[in-house]
Design a protein around this ligand. Structure first.
Ligand SMILES: N[C@@H](CCC(=O)N[C@@H](CS)C(=O)NCC(=O)O)C(=O)O
Length: 204
């Protein structure tokens, strides 16, 4: 049995979404972040940084939303959510999966931390840092818009794990009010939102 440690709406939704896409049975443990449960000894034995998500299985316990998504997809090759290893399609799949956490998460979080996050959590808002987050996100959103202008999904006509990861970044960009400047990205995100697994992961 898989056990997901989550607190919506956060990056734990990436893990939840892929569990739903793959139709895997799992148990959900809500880690109550406003109450500080992520800092408890019990949870830090699962995730030493005290952040979500984490995934516990009969064989391993791992953290990092991107790693969780990629591992679960590899465990279910019959669902075809990743191209075959060693192909050029797989190279692009790796690129976009890593792009989500390495290039999209930081500016999104910088903007969020300095505009919407309650100051008692991470300090006073800094308008310069908020603007830097917005501009860094703009550069990356333009790259994605160019790619998605002529295709439905990050890898072409086929939905893949890269869309779960980039799609969650679109959710965050929408949550913080930045996606409206990028119509191609907004249309792509609306397409992803129509997926039943997305709805189960984000609306439950
Ligand atoms: N790189 C990690 C980031 C995880 C992360 O920072 N999660 C945030 C929510 S999006 C969290 O749990 N923060 C804990 C807190 O704010 O105390 C991943 O992608 O899993």
């Amino acid at each position: 049995m898989k056990e997901l440690y989550e607190w919506p709406p956060t990056r734990s939704q990436r893990a939840k979404w892929i569990l739903e896409e793959l139709e895997i049975d799992y148990t959900s443990h809500l880690i109550n972040m406003p109450d500080g449960e992520q800092h408890s000894d019990v949870y830090q034995a699962i995730h030493p940084l005290g952040v979500v998500p984490a995934l516990k299985t009969d064989d391993y316990t791992i953290f990092e939303s991107v790693a969780i998504v990629m591992q679960l997809i590899d465990e279910h090759p019959e669902k075809k959510l990743a191209p075959a290893i060693g192909t050029s399609e797989r190279a692009y799949y790796y690129q976009w999966c890593v792009f989500a956490c390495a290039e999209l998460d930081p500016p999104i979080m910088m903007y969020f931390d300095n505009t919407m996050r309650p100051p008692e959590q991470k300090g006073a808002h800094d308008a310069d840092l908020a603007e830097r987050g917005r501009l860094d996100f703009r550069d990356r959103a333009n790259i994605l818009s160019n790619v998605l202008q002529h295709r439905d999904y990050m890898l072409g006509s086929q939905f893949s794990g890269a869309d779960v990861l980039i799609g969650h970044s679109c959710f965050m960009a929408s949550y913080i009010g930045l996606i409206g400047d990028y119509p191609v990205l907004e249309t792509y995100y609306k397409r992803l939102q129509q997926r039943p697994a997305h709805q189960r992961a984000y609306n439950s």
